[in-house]
Design a protein around this ligand. Structure first.
Ligand code: LMR
Length: 397
């Protein structure tokens, strides 16, 4: 019956984790998947998360959550993204459901787009997180790309991006990374976001922000939300995917929110009802534990303050590793420019290494990263950074 089913290619990110696990070397390094490690290379559970777990333990039953998720969690999540003084949140004109982290949020929105935005093409940055392409493909939406990254400057191709915004048919959807662009670590400045917002408004484009790294880019959750706050100020009606995988370290809990800004409360009620219909058929209702943890943290001022400290600590450790990686690369005698290692922000360094160089790192040095040259800086530690720099120099000279 399944004789003709071909074996699928490995996922460009999670496939690297599979190769890493199969490697028996004792000094192997996994810089593939974007998952935070402490300076000993160990997964980290935040103290605020452990405290929230203590408070939750024994206090909740195991019933189903409603299809749209845990109400308190959604409220805190929206406050965090849009700001506690957001008129849109206060007036109830944002449709929102708890979702299965970033991927699940994107998928719900893509399904919504397929049903209620017929003929609307989604524009996706070059490059982007590889799963974006899968999600919109499987939802059956038309997708195309817009320019984003300029190889020559290892920075933003702002002119190319603006041209593509201006040349897209009116009313197109643009998938934007709210902060800490994955994989490049290159973000528009506040001024550039304002121009992007203005251009998209003039074209009546619909923005969909994927925000997987709030707090992780700068260590400041308000600053990292500046793009969406600028769009809100400019009166856009946009959609937003929030993930708590990275910033709370809740990877396996699959916790996030998808929200759609609507004209008014009545419209939000209708949109939300359709998101629920989509979720019901896909997974019925979202898991509870992560929602309880996140809402316990966000709902308690002391725990929330502690979370801010911890998320900043993670962001700062990554910034320190960038400085060290650049220093060791320069000390190694490499003649290549490495300034982008410290210029880029967030979890990743878009190193500029070619796929064959990445392959050599894997085969000769047991260092694993995605073949587009993306390094998960979250896996770099004071113990392995020098070896990484030397190996990078080795394969790039
Ligand atoms: C990544 O980009 O490595 C992360 O977002 C994890 C994932 O699901 O791909």
């Amino acid at each position: 019956r399944f004789a003709d089913v071909p074996e699928a290619p490995k996922d460009p990110i999670l496939g690297i984790s599979e190769l890493f696990l199969a490697d028996t070397s004792s000094d192997k390094m996994n810089l593939g998947v974007g998952a935070y490690r402490d300076d000993n290379g160990k997964p980290q559970v935040l103290k605020c998360v452990r405290e929230a777990e203590k408070r939750i333990a024994g206090n909740f039953n195991m019933e189903y959550l409603p299809t749209n998720g845990f109400k308190d969690f959604i409220k805190h999540s929206l406050d965090l993204a849009y700001g506690e003084d957001s008129e849109a949140v206060k007036s109830g004109s944002i449709a929102a459901v708890q979702s299965l982290s970033g991927t699940g949020s994107c998928r719900l929105l893509a399904e919504f787009q397929k049903r209620f935005m017929p003929g609307c093409t989604v524009y996706i940055s070059v490059p982007t997180w590889s799963n974006h392409h899968n999600i919109w493909r499987d939802a059956g939406c038309e997708q195309t790309t817009y320019r984003y990254y300029k190889e020559s400057t290892r920075g933003l191709d702002f002119e190319g991006m603006m041209e593509d915004i201006n040349n897209a048919p009116n009313g197109s959807m643009f998938l934007l990374h709210a902060c800490a662009h994955n994989p490049t670590g290159v973000d528009p400045s506040a001024e550039q976001w304002r121009e992007i917002s203005k251009a998209m408004k003039a074209k009546n484009h619909f923005a969909f922000f994927d925000m997987a790294y709030q707090g992780f880019a700068s260590g400041d959750c308000v600053r990292d939300a500046q793009s969406i706050r600028i769009f809100a100020e400019d009166g856009h009606k946009f959609a937003l995917a929030q993930s708590f995988a990275k910033n709370m370290g809740l990877y396996g809990q699959r916790i996030g929110t998808v929200s759609v800004m609507c004209e008014d409360k009545a419209e939000a009620v209708r949109v939300e009802s359709q998101l629920k219909v989509i979720a019901r058929a896909m997974y019925s209702n979202p898991p509870m534990h992560g929602a309880l943890i996140a809402s316990t943290i966000l709902g308690d001022p002391a725990l929330k303050a502690q979370w801010y400290v911890e998320v900043k600590e993670m962001a700062d450790r990554i910034i320190t590793m960038r400085t060290l990686l650049r220093k060791h690369l320069e000390d190694s005698g490499s003649k290549l420019p490495w300034q982008h290692v410290t210029d880029q922000i967030g979890m990743f360094c878009y190193s500029g290494m070619a796929p064959e160089q990445v392959d050599k790192l894997r085969t000769d040095h047991h260092i694993y990263m995605t073949r587009n040259g993306r390094i998960s800086m979250a896996g770099v530690t004071s113990g392995n950074v020098e070896r990484l720099a030397k190996a990078m120099h080795e394969v790039t000279k």
